[in-house]
Ligand binder design. Structure first.
Ligand code: ZN
Length: 284
């Protein structure tokens, strides 16, 4: 039987605006509701950015905590991943919510140009975020926007700042970063296996190539990411009506590739996270 595929859903992000897709969840209650529907469709990992009331990116730890409380209540066992991403947020604020101890948090191990800004991740800042996550038992998701981010990750492991094996996400399709090319993914995987034995991985395609990149990942035993942060369309002509619709489309691709969609328990085991326990104390 082939390895189950984890479907991660990036529900909001920091860039899409509600006026471009009315289905985008912006308030915490909209985010919890959207995550619940995506969870029922097969999404087992939620990646979240929170927003201020005017839709600008927020660093407010209370909003992250309120989101986490809501989804833990409505989506038993879902893997919560906070974004430490940069747009519109000062460096010091980007890890300010980690004391709420999500299961995971994103960690970009180098800087890269984004469409209109530099996504700034200076070496000392990366080390500080990594050590905070290590100390709070938060599993990082290593965001790889170029090859040096893989070699930097190996450095963090060697320095004891990151517990192996890591979980890596290869990101394609961000303007000014790596384009979606299958040969680039293959080379990245080769390097990852050499530098980070036992690492698990996801590939994320931003924009219209999302489902193409998902197919490449599924065919190679990787995991997949979807969601309105990355792509607001089901196809060229159809705006996605919800995060759940994108998850359903991704689940169809898993079926086509002969990969079962991972359950919460399987996703947690694959990523080496603690099992979800019910209030009765039983593993679920
Ligand atoms: Zn994000």
């Amino acid at each position: 039987m082939s390895e189950p595929a984890i479907i991660a859903v990036a529900i909001t992000g920091s860039v899409p605006r509600k006026k471009d897709n009315p289905a985008l969840p912006v308030t915490v209650s909209e985010q919890v509701e959207s995550t619940h529907a995506a969870f029922e469709a097969g999404g087992t990992l939620v990646h979240v950015h929170v927003r201020n009331d005017d839709e600008t990116p927020s660093s407010d730890p209370d909003r992250f905590a309120a989101f986490q409380d809501g989804v833990r209540k409505h989506c038993p066992g879902i893997i919560v991943q906070f974004s430490t991403g940069g747009r519109g947020r000062e460096l010091a604020a980007r890890g300010a919510m980690l004391h709420h101890r999500p299961d995971m948090a994103s960690l970009a191990t180098g800087s890269v140009n984004f469409p209109t800004i530099v996504y700034e991740n200076p070496p000392a800042f990366v080390r500080e975020l990594a050590s905070t996550m290590r100390d709070l038992s938060i599993k990082p998701e290593i965001e790889v926007f170029d090859l040096a981010m893989l070699t930097n990750t190996r450095m963090l492991v060697d320095e004891g700042l990151l517990l192996p094996p890591p979980h890596v996400q290869f990101v394609f399709g961000v303007k000014h970063a790596l384009p979606p090319r299958e040969d680039i993914l293959d080379f990245e995987l080769q390097l990852m296996r050499e530098l980070l034995p036992g690492a698990t991985w996801t590939a994320a395609g931003i924009g219209r190539d999302q489902f193409t990149v998902a197919r490449w990942a599924l065919a190679r035993g990787g995991h997949v990411r979807t969601g309105l942060e990355d792509n607001i369309r089901l196809d060229r002509d159809t705006l996605a009506p919800s995060n759940a619709a994108l998850v359903r489309r991704t689940a169809e691709l898993c079926a086509e590739a002969g990969r079962p969609v991972a359950t919460v328990a399987q996703a947690r085991a694959i990523l080496g996270l603690r099992p979800h326990t019910t209030t009765m104390g039983e593993a679920a």
